[in-house]
Design a protein around this ligand. Structure first.
Ligand code: URA
Length: 233
């Protein structure tokens, strides 16, 4: 791998930042200063930047607690995106995995590991996603049964069975587990039951659960254990 890509993937800075860092002689490979961004690095090389060893993380995996009011996209001409919430100098190629609506909050994975991202959102993977939902109308046992047997959306699309469990303290709230990811799926499921979603938060995706200590708009890197679990999907 090229030295600039290696440093950028390790979170040292954007590709442009690391090119400047390399050309100013701040990086050594196996003890020798290297000023060539295209220098080829192998797994066994010792890379040091500003006297700090740079460990090899080929990919970056972030968990964000998405806030309301930002769109799930890498860039947009008029609206703020989730990527605008990340500081400068993050590794290249990061993208959100899947989509949350502008008014949906909660767990959003952001990574530059395209293979894993593709696997997580592929309809064939049936990765389970759990949402906490608040609704305008009260939820009933009939809703639970309808979700379990299969909802047919107003446009005629028949969905896979899903699980709805009503919050025991609030019959206008509950948890929904789905294993597909159609456009506005949760809102359309409740619309099919003549109800309306007033609050939607994703709390898990496959083995990954939202870290509730993250404020809305906050993010952190996944732990190695979390990455390992995701790769088992
Ligand atoms: N379903 C929705 O309706 N919206 C989301 O953001 C996610 C799932």
């Amino acid at each position: 791998m090229r030295l600039d890509k290696y440093l950028s993937n390790a979170g040292i800075g954007s590709r442009k930042d690391v090119k400047n860092i390399i050309s100013s002689g701040r990086v050594t490979v196996n003890g020798t200063p290297v000023r060539d961004s295209g220098f080829h690095i192998t797994e066994s090389d010792d890379v040091v930047c500003d006297n700090n060893a740079v460990s090899h993380h080929e990919f970056c995996y972030l968990m964000m607690n998405k806030p309301r009011g930002v769109i799930t996209a890498t860039e947009d001409a008029s609206q703020k995106t989730v990527m605008d919430l990340l500081p400068a100098g993050m590794p290249n190629g990061l993208s959100p995995v899947g989509r949350l609506d502008i008014d949906t909050v909660g767990l959003l994975l952001i990574t530059n590991d395209g293979v894993l991202a593709h696997r997580l959102i592929s309809p064939r993977s049936h990765v389970k996603k759990v949402y906490y939902v608040k609704t305008d109308g009260a939820l009933s046992a009939a809703d639970v049964d309808a979700f379990a047997s299969s909802i047919t959306l107003k446009d005629g699309t028949r969905l896979l069975p899903a699980a709805l469990s009503i919050d025991e303290n609030d019959d206008h709230a509950g948890y929904v587990t789905i294993s597909e990811g159609k456009y506005h799926q949760i809102k359309r499921m409740f619309a099919a039951r003549n109800n309306r979603v007033v609050y939607l938060k994703r709390i898990s995706m496959g083995p990954l659960s939202l870290d509730e200590s993250l404020p809305e708009g906050g993010f952190r890197e996944l732990t190695d254990d979390e990455v390992t679990l995701l790769k088992e999907i």
